[in-house]
Design a protein around this ligand. Structure first.
Ligand code: PRP
Ligand code: URA
Ligand code: MG
Length: 207
């Protein structure tokens, strides 16, 4: 499984803002937006294009258009913080939504929303979730998307744990990961260390 860690000074500084416990909600959302733009830019590098012809004020020349409509899928809640950046880069992308909340004792995802098109075959699909911890939430989302025909899904995360990366790798699913960092470990409550805390709570407030 391909894991791309986006190594860029602007990504690293935005990640540092996100990690900082003093960063308040508005600044956290802004840094997440900026970093998501960089991550999605990298995640879309292999998007298939098709040749088109374009007429400038001076001549007709060769151009390209996206060959298929991309689908961006935020995992609620925290993934919603990455959606505006993805739609800034791909304004005509389709959006689908998966709502999951992790059980605090079993760490298993609880499903509360699955709003996903029935047929995703042949479409580039990007799963957005800032945190890849145990990988349970991502695996649930990936299996749902696979069941709708999606292949080659790119998981766009901000902080990944080695355990989450290993879980995706071990699943045998056709998936790749683009992230800003792979952190050290999970703690005994399955939070990523050093991480950035609970991403959903930092974006929206604790539930
Ligand atoms: O890899 P995992 O162990 O499954 O953990 C990662 C999940 O946990 C967080 O969501 P959370 O359940 O806190 O929901 P929220 O976004 O509504 O806060 C995060 O946004 C991921 O979806
Ligand atoms: O560190 C973590 C782990 C799961 N979910 C989060 O938001 N943060
Ligand atoms: Mg949360």
């Amino acid at each position: 499984m391909q894991v791309q860690v986006v190594d860029h000074p602007l990504a690293a500084t935005a990640l540092t803002v996100l990690r900082d416990e003093r960063t308040a909600r508005a600044a956290f959302r802004a840094a997440l937006h900026d970093l998501s733009t960089m991550l999605v830019y990298e995640a879309t590098r292999e998007l298939p294009t098709m040749p088109v012809s374009v007429t400038t004020p001076l001549a007709t020349t060769a151009g390209v258009a996206l060959a298929a409509e991309p689908v961006v899928v935020p995992v609620l809640r925290a993934g919603l913080g990455m959606l505006p950046a993805a739609l800034t880069l791909m304004p005509d992308a389709r959006s689908a939504f998966i709502g999951l909340s992790r059980d605090e004792t079993t760490f298993e995802p609880r499903v509360y929303l699955e709003s996903v098109p029935a047929d995703l075959a042949g479409r580039p699909v990007f799963l957005l979730d800032p945190m890849l911890a145990t990988g349970g939430s991502a695996l649930h989302a990936l299996r749902l998307l696979n069941s709708r025909g999606a292949t080659g899904i790119v998981v766009v995360s901000v902080v990944a744990a080695p355990e989450g990366v290993a879980a995706l790798e071990g699943s045998g699913l056709d998936v790749s990961v683009v992230t800003a960092v792979v952190d050290e470990k999970l703690n005994d409550t399955a939070y990523i260390v050093p991480g950035l805390g609970d991403a959903g709570d930092r974006i929206y407030g604790a539930v």
